[in-house]
Design a protein around this ligand. Structure first.
Ligand SMILES: CC(C)(COP(=O)(O)OP(=O)(O)OC[C@H]1O[C@@H](n2cnc3c(N)ncnc32)[C@H](O)[C@@H]1OP(=O)(O)O)[C@@H](O)C(=O)NCCC(=O)NCCS
Length: 73
């Protein structure tokens, strides 16, 4: 996911994640997860995720990423 650089830090990313979580909750899901690039891990944590496991290099992008996990309540 990404927010246009001109519109970052205004809460759009958080609102998008909240909307995705609401859809997942409505579908009966209990957990959401993502592979977050290192520079964005703090964003996911600020939005309620926990970090799981060690950083690793993603095959497709070559980026160092970490699993971030949301428990849907
Ligand atoms: C990461 C990204 C999606 C965040 O979107 P955003 O709309 O700027 O984020 P929000 O304004 O909703 O921020 C929500 C919270 O996360 C925090 N935050 C945002 N970006 C952060 C970052 N890179 N690192 C740490 N914390 C961050 C904000 O301070 C805010 O915390 P607060 O509510 O406690 O003050 C956006 O910066 C982006 O598109 N980055 C480039 C692409 C990218 O890295 N995507 C993620 C790929 S895994």
């Amino acid at each position: 996911m990404a927010v246009d650089t001109a519109h970052q830090h205004r809460g759009h990313g958080r609102r998008l994640l909240t909307a995705v979580a609401a859809l997942a909750r409505a579908s009966g899901e209990l957990v959401m997860w993502a592979d977050a690039r290192e520079s964005a891990v703090g964003f996911y944590v600020a939005c309620g995720a926990r970090v799981s496991g060690e950083p690793y290099v993603d095959d497709g992008s070559g980026l160092i990423v970490r699993h971030v996990v949301f428990t849907i309540s």
